[in-house]
Design a protein around this ligand. Structure first.
Ligand code: PAF
Length: 289
């Protein structure tokens, strides 16, 4: 990625970003941010498009945050595709792409952690200890570093979205958290940077994940007991070739606690295809009474 590309203005230093955002603010312009870890795909582009409709200025941040990975190996293997990211962003005339070095985000002596309790305990929290602390800390930093009025988050990471909403509310961050729908491949697989790491065979069977979720969601909405429906869905995922399932669960969409009749609920899954862990979720209409 060339720092001098006129189409995609890359900034690596916070001082340079601040100079820009201060000028924009003086001109009365709103700022929208799309926080990413790079390896951009059409899902990210949908966030950029949503950002464009909400603010005069759009910043995309690209930072592979070491503090939200559970293993050094996963962090190191996370795809880094700066050149391709720049090419993908070019048609969208973003006003700045902020690509900070690690020391810019976590300077020597950095000692602060933002930690949200409750919402972070189940699902990803159970299987990825520390992940949400790392995520919440970096998102707080990215929102303040960019002085954003609004920030776009994909519904594919539904639990992350709820945690960020709670954190923004609790810390009185003056930044609207905007949810954006999951973007899917034609066969239903949710777009994710991790999909790049799927083998040909794993990619071929991975649509079994959304298929199982959507099938189970439809059956529960029709009034079938969730227990056996979820068992059948788990069997379908493993039968398709996934190696293991961390969770496939029905939960309240907002609190992430047990689903309650008449309240919005969602089905959540995390499953392993070889070394690649995929997550997904779908809404479900839990029948009242
Ligand atoms: O969803 C992601 O890509 C990351 O968790 C985020 C929000 C960019 C923070 O590192």
């Amino acid at each position: 990625m060339s720092d001098t590309s006129p189409e995609v203005p890359i900034l690596r230093r916070l001082d340079d970003l601040r100079a820009l955002t201060r000028a924009w603010r003086r001109a009365g312009e709103r700022i929208a941010v799309v926080p990413t870890m790079g390896a951009l795909h059409a899902g990210h582009i949908s966030l950029v498009a949503a950002a464009r409709t909400r603010a005069e200025r759009v910043i995309v941040t690209i930072f592979v945050n070491p503090r939200q990975f559970n293993s050094r190996e996963d962090y190191e293997k996370y795809p880094r595709t700066e050149e391709a990211d720049a090419v993908l962003l070019e048609p969208f005339a973003v006003d700045a792409v902020f690509v900070p070095a690690e020391h810019e985000v976590y300077p020597e002596g950095f000692a602060t952690t933002v930690s949200v309790s409750g919402l972070t305990a189940p699902l990803e929290g159970e299987y990825r200890p520390g992940h949400f602390d790392g995520m919440s800390t970096v998102v707080t930093k990215l929102l303040t570093m960019t002085s954003a009025d609004c920030a776009m988050f994909g519904e594919k990471d539904w639990q992350q979205l709820q945690v960020v909403r709670r954190m923004a509310r609790d810390l009185n961050l003056d930044c609207e958290i905007v949810p954006c729908p999951t973007v899917r491949e034609p066969d239903g697989l949710a777009l994710s940077s991790r999909n790049q790491r799927l083998t040909h065979d794993a990619r071929a069977m991975s649509a079994a994940l959304p298929r199982a979720l959507l099938g189970a969601a439809a059956e529960i909405a029709e009034g079938r007991a969730p227990g056996p429906v979820l068992e059948t869905a788990r069997a379908a995922v493993l039968g398709a070739g996934f190696d293991s399932i961390d969770y496939l669960e029905l939960r309240d969409a907002e609190t992430l606690g047990p689903a309650i009749e008449g309240r919005p609920a969602r089905l959540f899954v995390a499953a392993w295809a070889g070394p690649v862990r995929l997550i997904d979720n779908v809404p479900i209409a839990v029948p009242a009474g």
